[in-house]
Write a protein that binds this ligand. Structure first.
Ligand SMILES: NC(=O)c1ccc[n+]([C@@H]2O[C@H](COP(=O)([O-])OP(=O)(O)OC[C@H]3O[C@@H](n4cnc5c(N)ncnc54)[C@H](O)[C@@H]3O)[C@@H](O)[C@H]2O)c1
Length: 352
């Protein structure tokens, strides 16, 4: 039987499920949100009530035994992605997994292997690939507009933007700013570079500011967050080298005493370069330098990127086609992320 719709069970009834994933599933014609599971069943029930979703589950086994569900979206904290993905794949469900894929390379390898063995769709929710700017820059790269991209810089600099709740605890999250926001910009920039094979990483991590009581600042908050342990890094820098000779420099901070810079990605190619957010193409024409700023009027917001991500996932579930952000890419990104931690710990460049 071919599935006509992605009939999804949402796993984890927290902030990203409520704010981004469920609203995106609900506007997708090819998807239907059948159930929500959370170990706090009242959270699952609250989202079912809010969005008119029929079934709330308090046990993973019950959701996975539900034959109406053909796919799941894993929206729990990072440390549970692996165990939930393996159980879902074992139960024959296609998987969409929130970022980061896992908290270690070994976990990501097991997830990739399981998805391949079962022949099911495994897609990483790398939402920034689905921004209009990324889609445009990727098309231009494929058309050869930039020539070979030999260097890139990316980062996400928040002056005071540390998320609250489990994010700051190493045991509960697996890692700090690198796994939380580094993953977004590293994945997006690496994807737009054409996914060269990473061969080495030199990274440093810092924790100097920690918790703060700065007035008038607000950030992402895990559901039910309270002040917790803070033993994760809040900032990191890295240089990643690739097999084709290209390089990527990365700067990340949840908090730093410098100018807020938001998320950025810059590509440097032999023929032209680009800034991704907002999209600007830096070239040369008729002997003059040119800055081309494509006007992206419609559907350029973050939530629109979530909606495109969900449409793509539903398409993959329905048609069986391979996602643009599959397990292989999740694993490669995991190698770069954990490479930053390993290099920082060892105080030297490490080979991947
Ligand atoms: N794509 C994005 O831009 C984006 C943004 C924020 C968060 N995220 C990712 O989404 C995930 C969730 O983040 P959040 O901010 O929504 O967290 P959250 O703490 O608000 O929500 C997680 C929910 O999962 C439940 N949960 C945790 N472990 C569970 C388990 N083993 N079994 C059942 N339920 C469990 C918790 O009770 C909670 O309700 C994280 O991996 C995070 O990195 C992605």
């Amino acid at each position: 039987m071919t599935d006509k719709k992605a009939r999804v069970g949402i796993i984890g009834a927290g902030t990203v499920a409520r704010r981004n994933q469920i609203p995106a599933f609900q506007v997708c014609d090819r998807a239907e949100t059948v159930a929500v599971f959370d170990r706090h069943i009242e959270r699952a029930q609250a989202l079912c009530d809010q969005f008119g979703i029929p079934k709330a589950y308090g046990r993973l086994e019950d959701l996975l035994a539900d034959d109406e569900i053909n796919c799941v979206s894993i929206c729990t904290g990072n440390v549970s992605h692996e165990s939930i993905a393996l159980a879902a794949l074992e139960a024959g469900k296609h998987v969409l997994c929130e970022k980061p894929m896992a908290i270690s390379v070994e976990q990501a390898e097991r997830m990739k292997r399981a998805a391949e063995e079962r022949g099911l769709v495994f897609m990483m929710a790398f939402v920034n690939r689905f921004r209009q700017e990324s889609i445009l820059i990727n098309e231009l790269r494929e058309q050869g507009r930039f020539g070979e991209i030999y260097h890139a810089r990316c980062g996400w600099i928040r002056r005071r933007g540390t998320p609250s709740g489990w994010f700051t605890s190493r045991a509960k999250s697996g890692g700090g700013a690198v796994l939380d926001i580094g993953v977004h910009v590293i994945d997006m920039t690496w994807y737009l570079m054409g996914r060269p094979k990473p061969v080495s990483v030199s990274g440093v991590t810092h924790r100097r500011i920690g918790s703060y009581r700065t007035r008038s600042v607000a950030g992402w908050s895990a559901v039910g967050a309270q002040d917790g342990e803070f033993d994760n890094e809040e900032a990191a820098s890295a240089l990643i080298r690739f097999e084709n000779g290209a390089s990527l420099s990365v700067d990340i901070s949840w908090s730093i005493n410098g100018k807020e810079e938001g998320m950025f990605a810059k590509l440097y190619g032999e023929k032209a370069g680009a800034s991704v957010i907002p999209a600007v193409i830096y070239g040369e024409e008729d002997g003059f330098l040119t800055d081309v700023e494509p006007v992206i009027v419609a559907e350029s917001g973050w939530q629109n990127a979530f909606e495109r991500e969900i449409v793509h996932f539903a398409d993959c579930v329905v048609s069986g086609c391979a996602p643009i952000s599959g397990a292989e890419d999740g694993l490669t990104v995991q190698r770069m992320l954990n490479g930053i931690y390993d290099s920082a710990e060892q105080g030297r460049e490490i080979l991947l």
